[in-house]
Design a protein around this ligand. Structure first.
Ligand code: GCU
Length: 628
C-alpha cells in the first residue's frame, strides 16, 4: 500500500513538474539530446554557453563553432550544414551564441540549416521593464518582478537571460520609467552589478531608468536644474561611480516632464538641456541617454495630446549630444489597439530615434486576452523605415508567474518582439508558426489553426474594443474593460474617454483634420493629405482623424452606425470561435495544464469582449439611434 502511494505520489510530482517545466521553458528546447560533439576555435564565457546549448540540445552528431575575423563586424552569424552536422561562424562570440540558438530553432521547426546568414537590423534591441523596487510592476500582469532586490534569484535570471539571448535581445532596462531615486544609491547599484555580471555572457547590457530629480530627492543638492554646477557635478560623479561598478553599463532611460515626473522643464530648461547634462556625464564611459518623447500636459498643455510630442521635440531636433537617443512610442497617443504611426518619426531627422513598442498588453486585454501583437508591429513597419531607427525597445510582459507572461500566448509577444527587433521584415505569421512549433507542437493542423487565430486576434481585439479608429475608451486607471461615458472633473481631460470619442447627436470621432486640431499636418505626404480627407482616410482610422455623422455612408454601403455595430459584433463572434476551436479541437495537441489555463482565459476573453460590445453599443446607440 505504502509503495503504491509512493508511486502515485512520485507520478503526480513528475507530471506536475513536467507541465510546470513546459510552461517555464518558453520556446526553448524541451528535451536534452546530448548526442553531438561540439568543438570551437576560441574560448569565452559566451562561447561556453553556445557550446553548452549545442551539446545539450543539438540532435546531430557534430557542431563546430568558429570565430571568423573575415566576417562583418556585428552580432551576426552564418550557419552551414544539415541536421546532423553544422558549422556556425561569427565575427564576435555573441554571434556564435545567437547562431547556436538559431540552429536549435531550425532544428525544432525542421528549418533549413545550410547557407544561412543573419545580421541584426538594429544595434539596440532592448526590453524596458516597468518594475518597481518593491517588486510590483506597473502594467505588469504576470506576477511580481523577477528582479528581487537583495534576494536575487540567480537561476531565474539565467533563464531570463537565456530566453532573451535566444531571440537576440541585447539590452535590458531593469526598472520603471516612473523611476525611484533610490535606484542610483550604492546599495542598489551593487545589486545591479550582480545582474549585469549574470547577463553579460548572454550579450545583454544593463540600463537603468532614472528620476531626473535624483540628486535633489536624495538630499545631495538643493535643485535638479541641469544648468546648476553642483547638479552637473553630481551626475558626473554618479556616472563615474556606476562605471567603476559596471564597466559596460548601457546608460539611462529618462521619462521627464511627463505624467508628473520631474524634468528640466521644472527649471524652464528644454528637454535637450536636460538630456545633454546626462549625456555629458555618461560620454566619457560611452554611455547612452535614451530620452522618451512620451510627453504631454506640460509645455503644450491644452493642445491635442497626439500633437504634443512633435510640438515639443521638433524645435529641439539636432540640439542633442551625440550619445542621446530619443525613444518614441509607435503611435502618438498611448499603445492603443490601433493607432496611426507617430509623426515624430517623420519630423525628427537629426537626432537618433528608437521605437518603443508595448509587449505587455495594457490596452489589449492584459493577460486575459489572446491578442498576438506581431501584426500590429508589422503594420508599424509599413510606415516607419527601419533605417530611420537607432533601435527598438519593448515594454516587457515578464513577471514571476510560472509561465512568465500570465497568458501562455502572451509569451508569443515577447518572442515576436525579439524576432522583429532582429529582423523587422519577418512576417508576423511566420513568427507565430515558429513560436507555436517550438512552444506547443509542430503538428501541421495545430500550427495552421492556431497561427490563423493568432494572426487575426489583434484585428479582432480592435473590433470588440475600439473599431474604426476609436481610441482610449478604457476604464480609468487599470484600463481593463470599457468606459465610454468616462468623465471625471478632477482628472485632466486627456484621461477621459468622452474627450476621445466625442460622440454626440451629430456623429462620433475626433476631428484632427485641417478643420479640426490639424494633427494631420504633422504627417509626411501622402499621409497628411490622405488622413485629412474623409473620403481618403482609411476606414480603420476614420474616427481617429474625423468627426463623422452617424449616417455617413461607408465604402460597403452601410452607415457608420451600422458599420460600428458590425465590427463590435464580429469581434465577439471571432473570440467565441477561438474559444470553441481551442475547447473542442486543440486539447489533444497540448498538455492538460496549459490547455486548461488557455481555455479559462479564452472564456474570460469571451465575457470581456461581450461586455465591450454591449456597453459601447448601448452608449453610442443612445446618440446614434436618436438620429436614425
Ligand atoms: C501609459 C501607462 C503608464 C506609463 C506611461 C508611460 O500612460 O498607463 O503606466 O507610465 O504610459 O509610458 O510612461
Amino acid at each position: 500500500m505504502k509503495k503504491i502511494l509512493f508511486t502515485l505520489l512520485t507520478l503526480t510530482v513528475f507530471t506536475l513538474s513536467s507541465w510546470a517545466e513546459d510552461g517555464h521553458r518558453l520556446w526553448l528546447p524541451a528535451q536534452k539530446s546530448q548526442t553531438a560533439h561540439v568543438s570551437t576555435n576560441a574560448q569565452s564565457a559566451t562561447i561556453d554557453l553556445a557550446k553548452q546549448e549545442l551539446t545539450d540540445y543539438f540532435a546531430g552528431t557534430k557542431a563546430t563553432l568558429l570565430i571568423d575575423p573575415a566576417l562583418t563586424d556585428d552580432e551576426g552569424f552564418t550557419i552551414n550544414g544539415n541536421e546532423d552536422s553544422v558549422v556556425v561562424r561569427a565575427r564576435r562570440d555573441i554571434g556564435l551564441l545567437y547562431g547556436a540558438y538559431d540552429v536549435l530553432r531550425r532544428q525544432a521547426i525542421q528549418g533549413n540549416m545550410n547557407h544561412v546568414e543573419q545580421h541584426p537590423r538594429f544595434r539596440l534591441r532592448m526590453l524596458n521593464h516597468w518594475d518597481n523596487l518593491d517588486g510590483s510592476i506597473e502594467r505588469g500582469y504576470a506576477g511580481e518582478s523577477i528582479f528581487e532586490w537583495f534576494h536575487l534569484d540567480e537561476a531565474l535570471l539565467h533563464q531570463y537571460a537565456r530566453a532573451n539571448a535566444s531571440i537576440g535581445i541585447n539590452g535590458s532596462v531593469l526598472n520603471n520609467v516612473n523611476a525611484s531615486p533610490k535606484m542610483l544609491t550604492r546599495e542598489y547599484l551593487d545589486e545591479v552589478r550582480k545582474i549585469a555580471d549574470l547577463l553579460r555572457p548572454y550579450g545583454i547590457r544593463v540600463y537603468l531608468s532614472i528620476n531626473f530629480a535624483t540628486p535633489m530627492v536624495l538630499g545631495d543638492t538643493r535643485t535638479a536644474d541641469p544648468k546648476n554646477k553642483r547638479v552637473r557635478q553630481w551626475w558626473k560623479r554618479k556616472a563615474k561611480e556606476i562605471y567603476s561598478i559596471i564597466p559596460d553599463f548601457g546608460g539611462f532611460l529618462v521619462k521627464a516632464n511627463s505624467e508628473g515626473q520631474p524634468g528640466p522643464g521644472d527649471y524652464h530648461r528644454t528637454h535637450a538641456e536636460g538630456a545633454n547634462m546626462l549625456a555629458d556625464a555618461l560620454a566619457p564611459f560611452n554611455g547612452t541617454v535614451i530620452w522618451r518623447c512620451f510627453v504631454y500636459g506640460a509645455n503644450h498643455k491644452g493642445e491635442d495630446r497626439v500633437k504634443q510630442a512633435v510640438s515639443e521635440f521638433k524645435p529641439l531636433d539636432g540640439k542633442f549630444r551625440e550619445n542621446v537617443i530619443l525613444q518614441t512610442k509607435n503611435g502618438p497617443l498611448d499603445f492603443q489597439p490601433r493607432e496611426p504611426y507617430s509623426p515624430v518619426f517623420d519630423q525628427i531627422s537629426e537626432t537618433p530615434n528608437m521605437a518603443e513598442l508595448q509587449i505587455t498588453q495594457e490596452y489589449t486585454g492584459q493577460s486575459h486576452h489572446l491578442v498576438y501583437l506581431g501584426p500590429m508591429w508589422n503594420e508599424f513597419f509599413q510606415y516607419v523605415e527601419p533605417e530611420w531607427l537607432a533601435g527598438i525597445s519593448g515594454v516587457a510582459n515578464i513577471g514571476k508567474d510560472r509561465n512568465w507572461c500570465g497568458h501562455h500566448f502572451s509569451q508569443a509577444n515577447w518572442y515576436a518582439f525579439g524576432r522583429l527587433a532582429w529582423d523587422p521584415s519577418l512576417s508576423s505569421e511566420d513568427i507565430a508558426k515558429e513560436w507555436l512549433g517550438q512552444t506547443f507542437s509542430t503538428d501541421e493542423n495545430f500550427v495552421y489553426m492556431m497561427s490563423t487565430i493568432m494572426e487575426e486576434s489583434r484585428e479582432t481585439c480592435v473590433d470588440y474594443m475600439m473599431p474604426l479608429g476609436l481610441h482610449h475608451i478604457f476604464k480609468f486607471d487599470h484600463h481593463y474593460g470599457p468606459e465610454p461615458d468616462g468623465f471625471k472633473a478632477e482628472y485632466p481631460l486627456e484621461w477621459c474617454p468622452v474627450y476621445y470619442h466625442q460622440a454626440d447627436a451629430n456623429g462620433i470621432g475626433f476631428d484632427r483634420s485641417s478643420k479640426g486640431t490639424d494633427a494631420v499636418s504633422q504627417y509626411r505626404e501622402p499621409y497628411a493629405s490622405m488622413y485629412d480627407k474623409l473620403e481618403t482616410c482609411p476606414e480603420n482610422l476614420l474616427l481617429w482623424f474625423h468627426h463623422v455623422p452617424w449616417t455617413y455612408q461607408m465604402k460597403d454601403g452601410s452607415t457608420l452606425w451600422e458599420s460600428l455595430q458590425y465590427h463590435y459584433n464580429q469581434g465577439v463572434i471571432n473570440v467565441e470561435t477561438y474559444h470553441n476551436i481551442w475547447h473542442n479541437k486543440m486539447r489533444h495537441y497540448v498538455d492538460e495544464q496549459r490547455w486548461r489555463e488557455v481555455d479559462d482565459r479564452l472564456e474570460d476573453q469571451v465575457q470581456n469582449a461581450r461586455e465591450w460590445r454591449d456597453v459601447c453599443l448601448k452608449y453610442f446607440g443612445g446618440f446614434a439611434n436618436k438620429k436614425q
